[in-house]
Design a protein around this ligand. Structure first.
Ligand code: G3H
Ligand code: 13P
Ligand code: ZN
Length: 312
């Protein structure tokens, strides 16, 4: 099956009370781990590429890796999505370069400027058969080397969403309800709690419209402990409880972004491998178990968190 947009995926996910996993890809092993899990679990998937991923791996390599995955997994729908597109030019480059979906992240602009920028991207994208995700509200955490302090983050204002969606024509909307980027989402000792009241008010104002959650890694404590046990130092890394993500997926959230969890699985596994096999130096030896653990983690997300296993 060729690349698809997320339009039909989101319609089915909304009606079915589940969400599609949007996983960030930066190299071959990560692409393989995600798509093999999705193939085995018959799950639709969004593979997403950030500005940093394009800088690291190169646009063409990433597109070709995704094309290879499509050949290997012909029965599952795959979307290739630009994550956090920073400007019109980057979105245009991805639209022209074979992506089926882009995000324009105008959330740090004024409401008016965000609308203007997002509308411009939507016009270009739709003319080329590509769908667009916009964002309202600012998440805390780090993305593409930009650090947003907790005090500078802001929840989405539900009273703005109808005007934003109507004026821009976006196909999905990322909102801020307490998730954040990276591995340090909540203070140790605090009780993580997403603002479901905001999500419900947004959904009431936008019936049937697909909502996106960024910053939705749950930061599995077994991998945090693995990192810390084998030479790392990630004290107090805490993520979003998986039962809250599952609840969000049963509501209007149709896309859940997960990146840090995969990074943790990879890093923890490699650290452990090196500690236990100090004589090894063939990258295949340590990338193989890392890939296998990412695959199992993705499988768990598909089945227990997103609810999208069997929906391909
Ligand atoms: O939200 C950001 C994603 O985790 C991508 O991270 O910008 O380091 O590639 P990156
Ligand atoms: P995490 O850092 O929680 O994995 O979020 C990833 C993300 O939002 C990518 O856009
Ligand atoms: Zn994000």
């Amino acid at each position: 099956m060729p690349l698809v947009t997320s339009k039909e995926m989101f319609e089915k996910a909304y009606k079915g009370g589940y969400a599609i996993g949007a996983f960030n890809v930066n190299n071959m092993e990560i692409v393989q781990a995600i798509t093999e899990a999705c193939k085995e679990e018959k799950a639709p998937v969004i593979l997403q590429v950030s500005k940093g991923a394009r800088a690291y791996a190169n646009h063409t390599y990433l597109v070709k890796l995704v094309e290879a995955a499509i050949i290997e997994c012909p029965d599952i729908p795959v979307v290739l999505h630009l994550d956090h597109g920073p400007d019109f030019e980057t979105c245009k480059s991805c639209i022209d370069g074979g992506f089926s979906s882009v995000m324009i992240d105008g959330s740090s602009n004024s409401f008016k400027d965000n609308i203007e920028l997002t509308k411009k991207v939507v016009e270009y994208a739709h003319a080329h058969g590509v769908v667009v995700e916009g964002e309202l509200g600012t998440l805390a955490g780090i993305e593409d080397d930009v650090k947003v302090e907790e005090g500078e983050s802001s929840y989405t204002r539900p009273e703005e969403v109808e005007e934003f969606v109507t004026k821009t024509g976006v196909d999905s909307l990322a909102i801020a309800i307490g998730t954040s980027h990276g591995a340090y989402k909540f203070k140790p000792g605090s009780k993580p709690q997403l603002r479901f009241d905001i999500l419900e008010e947004v959904s009431r104002r936008l019936p049937g419209f697909p909502i996106v959650l960024h910053g939705s890694s749950s930061v599995p404590q077994n991998y945090v402990e693995m990192v810390n046990q084998f030479g790392g130092a990630m004290p107090g890394a805490i993520g979003v409880p998986e039962d809250q993500l599952r609840h969000a997926a049963s509501l209007s959230v149709c896309k859940i972004n997960i990146d840090s969890d995969l990074r943790l699985a990879m890093t923890g596994t490699i650290r452990k491998y090196f500690a236990e096999h100090p004589e090894k130096f063939d990258p295949r030896d340590y990338l193989k178990p890392a890939r296998a653990n990412i695959k199992e983690l993705v499988r768990h997300k598909l089945i227990d968190v997103l609810g999208c296993a069997g929906k391909a």
